[in-house]
Design a protein around this ligand. Structure first.
Ligand SMILES: C[S@@+](CC[C@H](N)C(=O)[O-])C[C@H]1O[C@@H](n2cnc3c(N)ncnc32)[C@H](O)[C@@H]1O
Length: 272
């Protein structure tokens, strides 16, 4: 893959938005491998004080306002959020293919966020932006209920070791937050090449009345036949690993938190 050319912070700013409360680099651990020999674009600080949000959390300040999508994008178009977009292939291709939809990618590793933002900035795409943050926090604190039309969680890190599984981004609580974020009829797309994690995600979603399964399939076709939409999907297909994909539609039912497959605990949720 070609390296995107380096852009200045000012050039990148419209595609690399700063969210309140986000640490400069919130990565607590080394990033997972994403490819060899690719250099990240500029890591210098970007502009702050975004006009699309209220005050950030801090001493004496109120909790942050949710993101005002129409202010952020400058139009009232539907918004789709991608969780953990890595280098941003999906975000880029979807934004190019569907100019009437706004795309917002959340990535916890700064260098991948900047890589993806650079790809969008080079093409000056008006309908895609990125943020460096923990997606769980963004959904909990910064996305207004019913304000997005789709959420994509594509090939989330599996965290293989048992003691690390709590680091997974897709949990019953996250699924509930995604359900709150979605407008009625909105879609949640999940995919993984890790059969166990795919089973966990679909198991959580099938246990939630707030979602209706639209499709769920596992395909093992080679990359030439099955195609790919993300870097990790490409790697999986080239390796011959089966890929699970599922789509869920937000129903009008209240949001509940599914039992956690990790501990079997059942929790009731009072928020909707
Ligand atoms: C396995 S990679 C997949 C990247 C991309 N979706 C793809 O399919 O090529 C998972 C990505 O999710 C990011 N990630 C992990 N935890 C996250 C979190 N809590 N919030 C946002 N991004 C996260 C990782 O840094 C990584 O870039």
């Amino acid at each position: 893959m070609r390296k995107p050319r380096r852009l200045s912070p000012d050039e990148l700013a419209p595609w690399a938005v700063e969210l309140p409360g986000a640490r400069r680099d919130p990565t607590p651990r080394p990033p997972p491998p994403q490819g060899e020999g690719e250099e990240a674009p500029s890591r210098r600080p970007l502009s702050s004080s975004p006009p699309f949000l209220g005050e950030g959390p801090g001493e004496g300040s109120a909790a942050p306002e949710p993101i005002a999508w129409s202010v952020l994008f400058g139009n009232p178009n539907p918004v789709e959020v991608e969780v953990g977009m890595g280098k941003g292939l999906f975000l880029l291709t979807e934004a190019l293919a569907r100019p009437g939809v706004n795309f917002f990618g959340i990535e916890v590793v700064r260098k991948y966020q900047l890589y993806a933002a650079t790809r969008l900035a080079i093409r000056k795409l008006p309908n895609a932006k990125t943020a460096c943050a923990d997606a769980g926090r963004v959904f909990r604190e910064l996305i207004a209920p019913g304000s997005v039309s789709a959420v994509h969680v594509l090939f989330p890190d599996p965290w293989w070791k048992k003691r690390h599984k709590k680091r997974r981004v897709f949990t019953p609580a996250f699924a509930a937050d995604a359900a709150r974020a979605l407008a009625a009829g909105g879609k949640l797309h999940v995919a993984s090449d890790v059969a166990e994690y795919f089973g966990v995600m679909t198991g959580i979603l099938r246990a939630m009345p707030a979602f209706r399964e639209v499709s769920a399939e596992t395909t093992a076709g080679p990359v030439e036949e099955a195609g790919f939409r993300t870097n990790f999907e490409r790697k999986a297909r080239l390796a011959g690993t089966p890929v699970g994909r599922a789509v869920y539609e937000r129903t009008a039912e209240p949001v509940t938190v599914a039992p956690d497959p990790a501990d079997g605990e059942v929790r009731a949720d009072v928020k909707n």
